[in-house]
Design a protein around this ligand. Structure first.
Ligand code: ATP
Ligand code: MG
Length: 410
């Protein structure tokens, strides 16, 4: 083997030979069909990072792929048949298998495709060079567009002319910054950024879901700040997320809390009240759970970090541990809570077991109060007393207070 060949071959890695992968590749090769890994798993494996879902490219038609996989009992989901993609599900993995294709015509995000491409043509329709490296099951690398060198230099480079590639599919503009965040040096590629700047006004043609998906993936990277700065400089952030006026707050949040919680990070990045948070959630088609969470973290923040331990427990009781913790972190990122106070409040939240109010309606009716509004009023009066007493009252104490209320004329 020559030096050049050595560089173009890697020792097959565990994910390439684990049973799930073997099952999929075996089913295809039993039909004489060639298959190579491509995209994220190849890129991440070459960098020694953990891999996620596995993308596979093959010259065989999607119908043939389905037939061969089903023959060996592998579950296949036709996730994107029109553009040549089927998903093989072999728990715990998902394999996205795409037929080699070329884009015949593109309109916005949609494309008419032909399945007569060779490996080089298939690489040419992919977004970035680092995503267009093929890896055969024996470890042989085929790198038609120079992705390996870019990967080593941490260059996120469009395959072909950036402006053309973005005009074909505007989503690539957002993908660019996301891949910059994951793999770039922090400065970006001047040609790519110029093309993004020129095409930023097209972002509103993307669906809210796609924008949300990309933003969330960007915020999930370990450090999205440099990419977000580039987006700001390039006029992309103002179009994709006009609410994003808290980059410094997000930077401090990441310093305080490195955990990659995308919604908490989003809450730090935006600076909005509840109404604007709801509008953002509607625009980006958030699920109800996400909408509620982003709204619950909007301004004004329902927490006073200065109160004593009893006041904090009351707030914790009302907000729940997760929301309390999120708000404390956001306030610290804003600069309103010192390091030591933050540690104290987080400790308090972590050690907190939510108390359970010991009475129910039947305790009131058992004392002869007929079912009706008065039951609710009495219960809530006892509840307020219990809360004001730092949740110390047990069932007997609460019952005694209830009896006192019933005996005391209103
Ligand atoms: P991730 O780790 O985020 O999954 P990925 O590179 O695998 O990264 P996917 O969105 O899973 O990204 O796409 C798989 C591959 O398909 C990419 O690596 C790229 O080659 C190609 N691809 C995906 N989206 C586009 C697009 N909009 N335009 C061109 N090629 C694309
Ligand atoms: Mg992927």
């Amino acid at each position: 083997m020559t030096e050049d060949e050595k560089r173009r071959r890697i020792v097959p890695q565990p994910w390439m030979v684990e049973p799930a992968t073997r099952a999929v590749l075996g089913a295809l090769s039993a039909g004489g069909v060639e298959a190579r890994f491509v995209g994220g798993s190849v890129r991440d494996a070459l960098l020694g990072r953990p891999i996620g879902d596995i993308d596979i490219a093959t010259p065989a038609s999607p119908e043939r792929v389905i037939e061969l996989l089903e023959k060996t009992g592998i579950k296949v989901v036709p996730t994107g048949l029109a553009h040549g993609t089927v998903t093989a599900v072999v728990p715990p993995r998902h394999f996205e298998i795409t037929t080699l294709r070329r884009d015949v015509e593109t309109y916005g995000r949609r494309a008419r495709v032909a399945f007569d491409a060779d490996w080089a043509a298939d690489a040419a329709r992919r977004d970035f060079t680092i995503n267009a490296i093929f890896l055969a099951p024996d470890g042989t690398i085929d790198d038609p567009v120079g992705g390996l060198a870019d990967l080593q230099a941490r260059r996120v480079r469009f395959v072909g002319d950036p402006a053309t590639r973005i005009a074909e599919d505007v989503l690539r503009l957002l993908r660019y910054y996301r891949f910059e965040a994951r793999f770039g040096t922090g400065f970006g590629d001047q040609r790519a950024r110029a093309a993004c700047r020129a095409a930023a006004h097209l972002l509103p043609t993307l669906s809210g879901e796609r924008v949300a998906q990309e933003l969330v993936k960007l915020l999930e990277t370990s450090d999205p700040i440099a990419a977000l700065h580039m987006m700001e400089e390039d006029g992309v952030l103002a179009v994709a997320l006009p609410e994003a006026r808290g980059l410094n707050r997000l930077r401090r949040l990441i310093e305080i809390e490195p955990e990659t919680d995308p919604l908490l990070r989003l809450a730090a990045l935006i600076n909005v009240d509840g109404k604007a948070a709801a509008a953002l959630a509607a625009r980006l088609r958030f699920s109800n759970t996400w909408r509620d969470r982003i709204q619950s973290l909007s301004q004004p923040w329902a927490l006073d970090p200065r109160g004593d331990a009893q006041a904090q427990r009351r707030t914790l009781y009302r907000l729940g541990v997760e929301r309390y913790r999120d708000l404390v972190l956001l306030m610290a990122a804003e600069g309103g809570v010192s390091q030591s106070r933050l540690a104290e409040l987080l400790d308090l939240a972590l050690g907190w077991t939510p108390p359970v109010f010991p009475l129910a309606g039947r305790d009131v009716t058992a004392l002869g109060i007929p079912a009706g509004r008065r039951v609710g009023r009495l219960l809530s009066a006892v509840h307020d007393w219990w809360e004001a007493g730092d949740f110390r009252g047990d069932r007997a104490a609460c019952l005694a207070y209830l009896e006192l209320l019933i005996c005391t004329p209103a």
